[in-house]
Design a protein around this ligand. Structure first.
Ligand SMILES: C[S@@+](CC[C@H](N)C(=O)[O-])C[C@H]1O[C@@H](n2cnc3c(N)ncnc32)[C@H](O)[C@@H]1O
Length: 285
């Protein structure tokens, strides 16, 4: 299908406005590869027609479908295991010791997986918490993981909590699989005690999301990498308001806050580099 430079420009702008994704001038192939199946399915004959349809006021379903088609959902359980190890060994004990700030008597422990895709990151965190239940429950009465994504279909899969064995093998040991999953038809289902720790919410990081509340740690991994600096700054400003002084921000291994935010300081945690909100960082609402 032909994609003229003008239409490519318009689609790039539209996609950036909808979900923050920045498509460089060399990414026309991605538009072809990811949008043509959607267009065939919707009976849209050309990219020009796609733009016309997207400009219409009642195009919210098509816009959602476009975001679904263009975003990357690559994920796995305990992706970059050393990051989860660093969080468990260094950050979690400090959170439990009140290192994330005084928030009254036995406040709930809250973690957020922002851009959770099909759920693996949130269930990895839930497994991590569950396996340390004894030390956590000594410090906090309730604990939970909020899992959010812009993609409704990714969230639907995440909520189902069912995975193929091949997906489990990407990141989990056989012992972890048998401890935390049970056979469910052709899939394996996350066991109830882990499932019940995770709460799913649809949230676009390009829009205000502070309504999700305060967290001890925010995992936003392999998401900001797709955005431009202005979007990363705006998102980090919101993260800042949702963490207490000393709260933790965990990014992907290829991501950093250099030139994006000085409200956080990087902290080596074993082999991982995590971020912590500076005690003096002001909370901007
Ligand atoms: C590559 S996956 C990362 C999944 C997981 N965090 C990990 O590291 O394995 C990126 C996820 O970010 C989501 N995403 C992209 N743009 C978003 C936005 N504007 N708001 C919220 N989520 C977004 C995508 O739908 C996708 O599920």
């Amino acid at each position: 299908m032909r994609l003229s430079p003008t239409t490519f420009e318009e689609l790039r702008r539209l996609i950036h406005g909808l979900c923050g994704l920045v498509l460089g001038p060399d990414k026309a192939y991605l538009i072809h590869h990811r949008l043509e199946p959607l267009m065939r399915q919707q009976g849209i004959p050309s990219f020009e027609d796609l733009c016309v349809r997207l400009r219409q006021l009642d195009s919210s379903q098509l816009r959602d479908a476009l975001v679904e088609a263009i975003t990357t959902r690559e994920t796995s359980f305990f992706r970059d295991r050393h990051v989860f190890d660093g969080f468990r060994r260094h950050a979690l004990p400090q959170i439990l010791n009140g290192g994330a700030g005084e928030r009254g008597n036995a406040p709930p422990l809250r973690l957020w997986s922002a851009g959770v895709s099909t759920g693996q990151e949130a269930f990895s965190l839930a497994i991590l918490l569950y396996e340390h239940a004894a030390s956590i429950s000594a410090a906090r009465t309730t604990w939970s993981v909020v899992a959010s994504d812009i993609s409704a279909s990714a969230l639907e899969l995440a909520q189902r909590a069912e995975y193929r064995l091949a997906e489990l093998r990407r990141g989990l040991t056989p012992e972890e699989v048998s401890r935390h999953f049970e056979p469910h038809g052709a899939h394996w289902r996350v066991r109830q005690p882990i499932r019940q720790l995770v709460e799913f919410r649809r949230a676009n990081l390009m829009q205000p999301f502070q309504g999700l509340g305060m967290f001890d740690a925010i995992f936003c991994r392999n998401v900001l990498i797709y955005f431009d600096e202005a979007a990363r700054r705006a998102i980090c400003r919101q993260f800042e308001t949702m963490l207490p002084a000393g709260g933790w921000l965990v990014l992907g291994t290829a991501e950093n806050l250099y030139g994006i935010s000085d409200a956080f300081v990087s902290v080596p945690c074993g082999e991982a580099l995590l971020y912590r909100k500076r005690p003096s960082a002001s909370v901007r609402n």
